[in-house]
Design a protein. Structure first.
Length: 478
């Protein structure tokens, strides 16, 4: 797989048609200057580059509807885009499509603390949504490292996961209703706050996770939860992935629904974070091979620290915990999280990395890591597996770093080979080749090898029905 996408010649957009698109949003919000377009055309890891005749930045749902109606009538391809934080190339105009940026749709229409809902437009960043919920003493429980840039529309379109999924679920779990502009410009008004609505098909779930291929999400009603009154964060050394899984079971037994995050990290990744991020410090003094980051939260104002201490003590007694420390303050808790959040950033300092976002049943995590490690090292002797991720929901970011001293380009040229051996192990354990990042273009061509053929045919049928002219994010997912 060639990660740096080679864009085909830009699709010609007749000057008079370009002028019609520009007129819809106004010249101020239509970007045709190539230098000004750059931030919309390059993926955050610099793996995918695109090109476009124009970036359209509508300021209302009505403008989105007019744009799509014109695009459908003229068979003009459109790539919807939120914060451009996607990791599989789904938001990039690889072949000169028109970019439809939703960032100006950034109104928080309502926060209803009684109903525990919030209605926001697609361009609202995750951070703003969380802040708006906090102002009414509520929590919007999705949590991603890119929260300052990623948008609600993008989160829903990719069905984003995050570090709090063990307790609160992924993006799909947070949406009660959607407003969606369809390909022909019609608007699906489905912004209800209801937890119970048994009036037929649950249409919103067609568009969540569809990566902008079936319609454009312009607003959503999001589910809120009460803000926790107490939070405890611990950083623990463990001997193995099996110990981490067993400790998760123990924590779940002792703390029930209070376990809101449970992250596992290989020592090599933690050491890289400490070495290359000036703000990170090693929390423990020993040589523990693996670490877990545990967060508990509760509506009770006291007693949670005792629960955390009990979990760690019980884990130590069973040989699951080698060493541990509990954050004494919110700042120290954030310092623990800083290490985990820097994993993606610091890996580039230790070598080229072939990355995988996979999931397996929680019980299969240790065996998956053991077998994947063996398969990868057999394929490329000296390669350095660096698995980490969300133990509580089985989502492992299984990254493989190049052998020390090897050629970066030669290593990355074997991306497909590494994929094949890793995904074979994922498939063996009944897992998924994409846990939270989506399909985009990165996994589009291999999806048929791992997806049920009947499911694929149903997906293609939905695409034909909702986008008969194939204008919405063409070449992505399918």
């Amino acid at each position: 797989m060639n990660l740096r996408s080679k864009s085909e010649p830009m699709r010609a957009l007749a000057p008079e048609l370009l002028a019609r698109f520009v007129k819809i949003v106004g010249e101020k919000y239509a970007i045709t200057d190539k230098a000004a377009q750059k931030s919309y055309l390059v993926e955050m890891r610099d793996l995918f580059h695109g090109q476009t005749p124009v970036v359209l930045r509508p300021g209302s749902v009505e403008e989105v509807a007019v744009i799509l109606k014109l695009a459908n009538e003229t068979k003009t391809a459109i790539v919807p885009q939120g914060g451009n934080t996607g990791l599989v190339g789904g938001q990039i105009p690889h072949h000169g499509e028109v970019v439809l940026s939703l960032n100006r749709l950034d109104k928080i229409r309502e926060v209803d603390a009684v109903s525990n809902t919030m209605t926001v437009e697609a361009g609202v960043t995750l951070q703003r949504a969380r802040e708006a919920a906090a102002e009414t003493d509520r929590l919007y429980p999705q949590l991603l490292p890119s929260e300052g840039t990623c948008t609600i529309g993008g989160n829903l379109s990719t069905n984003a996961g995050g570090t709090a999924a063990i307790a609160h679920g992924i993006a799909r779990s947070h949406a009660l209703g959607l407003e969606v502009v369809l390909t022909d410009g019609r608007v699906l008004h489905n912004l209800n706050k209801l937890k119970k609505d048994n009036t037929g098909y649950d249409l919103k779930n067609l568009f969540i996770g569809a990566e902008g291929t079936l319609g454009v999400i312009t607003a959503a009603v999001l589910r809120l939860v009460p803000r926790p009154r107490s939070v405890e964060t611990a950083f623990a050394g463990v001997p193995s992935p099996q110990a981490a899984v067993d400790l998760l079971g123990l924590a779940s037994e002792r703390a029930s629904d209070s376990v809101t995050s449970f992250e596992m990290m290989l020592r090599a990744g933690v050491e890289a974070a400490v070495k290359f991020d000036s703000s990170s410090r090693m929390p423990l003094a020993g040589n523990d091979p693996w670490f877990v980051l545990i967060e508990l939260s509760s509506q009770a104002q006291s007693g949670l620290r005792g629960v955390m201490e009990e979990i760690l003590a019980a884990g130590h007694g069973k040989g699951l915990v080698l060493d541990a420390t509990i954050a004494d303050s919110g700042a120290q808790g954030k310092a623990f999280w800083r290490i985990r959040e820097m994993f993606g950033e610091v890996q580039r300092h230790i070598g080229a990395s072939i990355k995988h976002d996979v999931s397996v049943p929680v019980a299969a995590i240790p065996a998956f890591i053991e077998e994947a490690n063996a398969a990868v090292i057999k394929l490329i002797p000296g390669s350095r597996p660096l698995p980490f991720g969300h133990v509580g929901d089985g989502n492992i970011h299984y990254n493989v770093t190049q052998p020390e001293g090897s050629d970066k380009a030669e290593f990355l040229a074997r991306w497909d080979e590494v994929n094949a051996v890793v995904f074979a192990v994922v498939q063996k354990f009944g897992g998924s080749i994409s846990a939270e990042h989506g399909v985009g273009v990165m996994k589009r061509d291999i999806l048929p090898q791992y997806k049920d053929p009947v499911a694929l045919e149903l997906m293609r049928g939905l695409k034909r029905m909702l986008d008969p002219n194939g204008i919405l994010n063409p070449g992505k997912v399918l």
